[in-house]
Design a protein around this ligand. Structure first.
Ligand SMILES: *Cc1c(COP(=O)(O)O)cnc(C)c1O
Length: 400
């Protein structure tokens, strides 16, 4: 590069897989003085917030809200249903499952880990084998990461439910939907999920710092049998508060709640089915472009089979460690920030595109255009016609 100036001035685009782009309506809703936490609008907001969160998760059951990030919800959920010495089964298709499993070990659980690597979905036969071998039902929960954000694998949760049902295994089905909720189809009750965790900063388009644990009556029954539950993580007072402060075990995350209210209004105005369809189409445009670029033998999609790819994040790899230079170029020269690789051996080769939440077609074309520009600047070999093909997917001319 001989160029001595940057083309990055202008509105920047943070296209990483969380935190996601925040809508202006969310930002504006938070721009206000601190509200009264004992009375008034904030207190009155809570029933509507929990109702609308449950609509997004497609559940009629319960939601506890925590001042926490996703890692906090992992611990919160486990703390309510897994006692020290109990076993959880963790089928891993990426780094995040390992993280949740380590959290389980941290609270004294035994972890039975099935590692399917960084590019494959669950092998349901191996999961069934592990559950079948557990004749005394030592496994109390299966930790199921729906979309593993490191690999961009999307796992089949209904199929896992069917495995548990076929074997009559009573383990709780616990899902991590931190990357998928509000992006990929997820239906907690219809899919038979007992506990689901998510966080504010991805499909829910709100700043990081608030986490959610959804649970049904089966999980609540397990909670009732626990010898003890640490007071801060206990979900019970949070779902049946007698006083407002019990929703959060202390001061409410006031501004997050206003932001979340605005985000839920956007979600329900668009409609969750329409949101899933939008993410699916945008993902198809991205895959189409990437598959064409891949013809140059330098770029690879981490997940080969479209059926197992997330609609919210795409993990990619460039040969010769050129992922890091590509990201550096898009960020400093174009004002486009792409995600780093996570949990991959080839750290400099790997990178990720975030396309979760408040993302539309012109943003996706800008992201793809930024990649095309960076690959041109770095002389990375690639198939041609990627942008035209992506445009055709968005224009509904081809199925993609
Ligand atoms: C982002 C993410 C997490 C971690 O969330 P934090 O808020 O960073 O703690 C966990 N699981 C999945 C699937 C994620 O995408």
């Amino acid at each position: 590069m001989t160029q001595q100036y940057s083309l990055a001035q202008g509105r920047e685009y943070l296209a990483i897989p969380g935190p996601s782009v925040m809508p202006d309506a969310v930002l504006q809703a938070m721009h206000r003085p601190s509200p009264n936490i004992y009375d008034g609008a904030l207190v009155e907001m809570m029933p509507g917030l929990t109702r609308d969160l449950k609509r997004v998760a497609r559940t009629e059951h319960h939601v506890a809200i925590y001042i926490a990030n996703g890692h906090g919800t992992w611990e919160a959920a486990l703390s309510n249903v897994i006692a020290p010495g109990e076993t959880v089964l963790a089928p891993a298709s990426g780094r995040f499952t390992h993280g949740w499993a380590e959290m389980a070990e941290g609270i004294g659980a035994k972890v039975s880990l099935l590692d399917f690597g960084m590019s494959s979905t669950w092998d349901l036969d191996r999961i069934a084998e592990a559950l079948r071998a557990d004749t005394t039902h030592q496994i109390k929960a299966v930790l199921a990461v729906h979309v593993d954000t490191s690999s961009s694998i999307r796992n089949d949760i209904p199929a896992l439910r069917a495995v548990l049902d076929d074997l009559n295994h009573p383990a709780l089905l616990m899902a991590d939907c931190i990357a998928s909720l509000g992006c990929d189809r997820f239906e907690m009750d219809a899919w038979g999920v007992d506990v689901m965790v998510t966080a504010s900063q991805k499909g829910l388009m709100t700043p990081a710092g608030v986490g959610f644990v959804f649970f049904n009556d089966k999980a609540q029954a397990k909670r009732a049998e626990m010898p003890r539950v640490s007071q801060y993580w206990d979900w019970q007072p949070r779902v049946t508060p007698e006083m407002f402060y019990q929703y959060f075990n202390g001061t409410a995350p006031t501004h997050h709640l206003y932001g979340l209210r605005a985000a839920l209004d956007l979600i329900h105005a668009e409609g969750i089915e329409a949101i899933w369809a939008r993410h699916a189409r945008l993902a198809k445009a991205i895959w189409t472009a990437c598959e064409i670029w891949a013809q140059g033998d330098a770029l690879q999609l981490n997940v080969a089979d479209r059926a197992h790819r997330s609609h919210a994040v795409t993990a990619l790899r460039l040969t010769d460690g050129r992922g890091t230079p590509l990201r550096r170029f898009t960020e400093t020269q174009l004002g486009l920030t792409l995600g780093i690789g996570l949990g991959m051996e080839d750290q400099d080769g790997c990178f990720r595109l975030g396309h979760m939440g408040h993302v539309n077609a012109q943003m996706v074309m800008a992201m793809l255009g930024g990649m095309e520009t960076a690959m041109a600047a770095l002389s990375i070999p690639r198939g041609s016609g990627a942008l035209e093909a992506a445009a055709a997917v968005l224009a509904d001319q081809i199925q993609g």
